[in-house]
Design a protein around this ligand. Sequence first.
Ligand SMILES: [Fe+2]
Length: 287
Amino acid sequence: MTSDNGTVTQEEISIAGCSLVEMVKQKYDEARYSELERCAEKAFTRQHETVDCDLVNTSRQIIKSCLPANFCQLLINSYESNEQLLHSKALSQQIITNILSTSAIDQAAISYLGSEYMPLWYEVSKATDRDNQTTMSFKWHCDTGPAKQLKIIVYLNPTSQHQGNTLLSDKTTTDKLKEIGYVFNSTKYRLSDIKRLTDALKLPHCIESFDLAAGDGILFNPYDLLHRGSAPSPSTPRYTLTLCLIQSPIHWLECINNIYYPAYQYDDWLNVMGLFEHYLANHQPLI
Ligand SMILES: [Fe+2]
């Protein structure tokens, strides 16, 4: 596996599709995420508001009516007429404030994370019947990034109308498939069907899908649970709004007003600690 001059080849230092450069970056990112976790948990003061809930016990929870149905329709219309409208601060503020003011989401998020949280990015997506074949997020995977993160996927049109869905596996199956190297392997090895793997590992093939009205959402940890999108019927697209949350030492409202305003669509994991450090250096220390 070494080249003719005895140096180590790129092929040799690749492990399961992960290059040495990626591994070093991963270690650096993990240290950064651990520091954010430590700092957020240390600063947390709302322990008295935490509850025992589905999210705490199973890493996922259905939240009814995160957004009003007429607002969901407005988001669909905006997406179809001019997606740039969704980047506007006026509209994004309504999206974020509506969702994070839903008490079931706030309560579940602080109980699960053991800290405050901040929105990192949001996005409206349209899925069609072709996505099962062509889209990587429509194959079984976990999201990368911090181990403690949350995603809320709000359905803008009901599952009964389009038959699309979000499929979730359970934590035991996910942990086993992490152990055998499936979960964070190269995206080219992602599968649409994991039954062959769960059968081989003698695991029950438990896959959840949900009956969701317009405005209902699935709150879950996408690092913790294998998941994939499920494409809608050919006649009706599936519209969803996704909001990503990460831990924070500071309440989300103060974050979006003074520290960081969430981006439209995922770009890269930010140096969030750097943002907080900069903020805290210029304000009253909170931690
Ligand atoms: Fe995902």
